[in-house]
Design a protein. Structure first.
Length: 140
């Protein structure tokens, strides 16, 4: 929606999920269209890019774009909450295997999201801890 409305915030901001970008998008949704006002919403290091942000925010963003952006942001926020809830459930279920997970994440390519999945897949194995330690040691 931002590109269709010729708002190119992502050409200046490292990500549209930054606080600065979110503030600018929220302001556009609320009806602000003045590029100077939008650019001044930048925070932190983004404040050094105000001239570039002014150019990036100078577009044809309409009320229709605002409605669609609102829907997108609401969906993003909802999904972010849902992912956090699933992460919490996984953390609780994985807690008894914290030592195994700590060893697994030492293997290159296995991170904190992958390690609990491996533990779950190997849960039927009699010696889960031994298997994980063996796997971690074999990669070193």
């Amino acid at each position: 929606m931002l590109e269709d409305g010729r708002a190119k915030i992502d050409s200046v901001a490292s990500s549209l999920s930054t606080a600065s970008a979110r503030d600018m998008i929220e302001a556009m949704i609320a009806g602000e269209r003045d590029p100077a006002v939008l650019a001044r919403l930048a925070r932190g290091v983004m404040r050094r890019k105000i001239p570039e942000l002014e150019m990036a925010c100078d577009g044809r963003f309409t009320d229709s774009h605002a409605q669609m952006c609102r829907l997108h942001l609401d969906a993003w926020d909802h999904l972010t909450v849902q992912v956090a809830a699933v992460d919490q459930l996984v953390a609780e279920a994985a807690a008894p295997f914290a030592a195994v997970i700590a060893r697994l994440v030492t293997i290159p390519g296995i991170g904190p999201r992958t390690a609990p999945v491996i533990v779950e897949e190997l849960a039927d194995t009699k010696s889960l801890a031994g298997l994980a330690i063996t796997a971690a040691n074999s990669v070193r």
